[in-house]
Design a protein around this ligand. Sequence first.
Ligand SMILES: [Zn+2]
Ligand SMILES: [Zn+2]
Length: 230
Amino acid sequence: MSDPGFTVHRLNSMKIANFFLLVNDRELTLIDTGNKDKIENLRSKFDHTGHSLDQLKRIIATHCHPDHIGSMAALKQVTGAQVLAHEAEAPFITHEARLPRARGPAWLLHSLTEPVFRAERCRVDKTLKHGDSIEGTGLTAIHTPGHSPGSTCLYHRGARALFTGDAFINMFGKVRGPIPAFCWEIQQARRSLARLLELDVETIYFAHGETIREGGNERIRSLAEAFNAV
Ligand SMILES: [Zn+2]
Ligand SMILES: [Zn+2]
């Protein structure tokens, strides 16, 4: 990692979703929170990294799905952490709006699961727009709509690192686009990948799948090309 003030700890939730603890000049930031979990379990995950949950300063949500923000409301309550999310995603986190029904083949699955698996309501303290720098983190918000309306990747220029949320995944043996059955608008999700071509990426931290430490630019380029996004 070329930025010595910045370290990343990958945490895992139920072997399904990764979420990330960032330490930036001793300030603690979480990208997503994983599924709904007991605070004691989250506390022990933090302890394993050598950091205290009580020091958590902010939580950035990549999007509103329950495998990503399932513990956000509880964590906010316990730690007082600030919650940030893209302005197009915030209403689904605060429950001011329902996630719109998926367009295309995912609509049936969506309409069956969304009411059951909606994450607990959580206040959003600060909304983000594409290109916003997030104070105290070195991160920039990259709006990649499609998986959900406000899906956002997070980019750290100094570390040449990208946190994908569910914009794309590393599962079933390869880097691939988001799974259509879980997308609000799959065509838009695929087109959004072109936005990542503007970044200089070495390391890719996936919410679903193993981290890729080298050659991020090439992975992103070949994925975007596969969807004719370039
Ligand atoms: Zn998702
Ligand atoms: Zn997910």
